[in-house]
Write a protein that binds this ligand. Structure first.
Ligand code: IMP
Ligand code: MG
Length: 174
C-alpha cells in the first residue's frame, strides 16, 4: 500500500505555537522549579523545543511508554523506561506529542501522582478530542486536530516519519 503525506502544520506554525506555550508555562510557574517529563518516543522533538522556550530553571526527565502497534492503540500502556530521579514535592509538566484516546496520558498521570509530586499538569502539542475514551484534562494544548492519523515532528507510523520537520496527515491508498 502506498502512503501519502499532506502537510497539516508547517515547521513555522509549530515553532510559533511552541514559543507561545513556552511563554505561558514560564508565566504560570514563575518563581518555581519545574520538571518536564518527556514521554518517549513521540515527544522527544516537541520537548526539546518546548524546554528551550521556557525561561525558568527546570529539569528534564524521560518516561518511555508503548501503547501502539502500527496505527492502532492497544489500550495497554507499557512502561519501557522509568524516570531517572524521584519527583516528590516537585511541579511536573508531562509533555506529550498527542492526546488521542487519552488512555496513555490518563495512565501516566495516575502513575506520577503515586510518587508525591507537588502538582502534575499535561502539555500536549496535539489534541484529538473526537477520539477521547477517557476524560483527561490537557492543561496546555498546542493545536486541536481532527481525527486523522498524523506523522512528523516526533510522531511516527511504525517508527517512521519522526524526523519530518512539519506535521503531515498520513493517508493510505492503493
Ligand atoms: P492515546 O493513548 O490514544 O491518547 O495515544 C497516545 C499516543 O498514541 C501518543 O503519545 C502517540 O504516540 C500515539 N498516537 C496517537 N495518535 C497518533 C497519530 O495520529 N499519529 C501518531 N501517533 C499517534
Ligand atoms: Mg507514538
Amino acid at each position: 500500500m502506498a502512503e501519502q503525506l499532506a502537510v497539516l502544520l508547517t515547521a513555522e506554525q509549530i515553532a510559533a505555537r511552541v514559543r507561545e506555550l513556552g511563554a505561558q508555562i514560564t508565566r504560570d510557574y514563575a518563581g518555581g522549579d519545574l520538571v518536564l517529563v518527556c514521554v518517549l518516543k513521540g515527544s522527544f522533538v516537541f520537548a526539546a523545543d518546548l524546554a528551550r522556550a521556557i525561561d525558568l530553571p527546570l529539569r528534564v526527565d524521560f518516561l518511555g511508554v508503548r501503547s501502539y502497534e502500527g496505527s492502532e492503540t492497544t489500550g495497554v500502556v507499557q512502561i519501557t523506561q522509568d524516570l531517572s530521579r524521584p519527583i516528590d514535592h516537585e511541579h511536573v509538566v508531562l509533555v506529550e506529542d498527542i492526546v488521542d484516546t487519552g488512555l496513555t496520558v490518563g495512565h501516566l498521570i495516575e502513575l506520577l501522582r503515586t510518587r508525591g509530586p507537588a502538582s502534575v499538569r499535561v502539555c500536549s502539542l496535539l489534541h484529538k478530542p473526537a477520539r477521547a475514551r477517557v476524560d483527561v484534562r490537557v492543561d496546555y494544548v498546542g493545536f486541536t486536530v481532527d481525527d486523522r492519523f498524523l506523522v512528523g515532528y516526533g510522531l511516527d507510523f511504525a517508527e517512521r516519519y519522526r524526523n519530518l520537520p512539519h506535521i503531515s496527515v498520513l493517508a493510505q491508498g492503493s
